[in-house]
Design a protein around this ligand. Sequence first.
Ligand code: PAF
Length: 279
Amino acid sequence: MIVINTIEELQIELNAHRRDGKRIGFVPTMGNLHQGHLSLVDVAKKHADIVVVSLFVNPTQFGPNEDFDSYPRTLNEDCKKLEGQGTNIVFAPAKEEVYPKWPNITSVTVAELDKNHCGASRPVFFGGITTVVTKLFNMVRPDCAIFGEKDFQQITIIRRMVTDLNFDIDIIGAPIVREANGLAMSSRNGYLSQQEKDHASNLYQTLLWAKSEIEHGRQDFRQLEKEANQKLDDLDFTPDYFNITNQDTLELAQADDKKLVILLGCYMGKVRLIDNIQL
Ligand code: PAF
């Protein structure tokens, strides 16, 4: 495995692999890796010959009062984990490499899909993601890119961006990886004690409960959302949203929608957690 910090070096390396007819798979991350990220590397290995993982905490997707400064940066540990997982190239650029002119005044926005759910309380979030992912796609020029389904709204937006902007890149979704207690793996779980993690597993239980209500015939989705929010409130979470949505449009689902996804975002103390479940 090699660790590369500059775009020039990255492209020299990747051009050589392309000339040899190798397929490039790309896993963009913000580092502080856990088993969920490593599962993305496994998926990439199935779809590509050369796996590139980027480690870059992207400033443009954090709002002014969010945890950009305190977001854990764990380059050495991340590299060890990635090497053990069979990664070929780690791309760990500095902020100046990704955003040579700061502040950046060019951005990519996927309208409509970025308004609700996480987008409602994090107005700059998805614009920052689509901008940096576009830049990373242009730097890596992968054949395929792997995104976790835990960030369901993110992968939906990226798919739409790739279609709308004619990126010739296959976007592959990888299933959520959960702790034994059901808690979805997330870098932000690192902010929680074991006891808090156990309590946070109630988020998944609430999703399972709502899924089972729907599978048993309930179609009063708005009422079901209210009940779920109440359950979360009673458990001392501060729910941001609990939305039963259409899987393709991410609009609030109606009774005749067939493919659903329940999206959940909430705070446990100051820690923001998200999860979802597909039906
Ligand atoms: O999912 C993430 O970790 C980030 O949003 C991403 C895609 C690496 C962009 O910074």
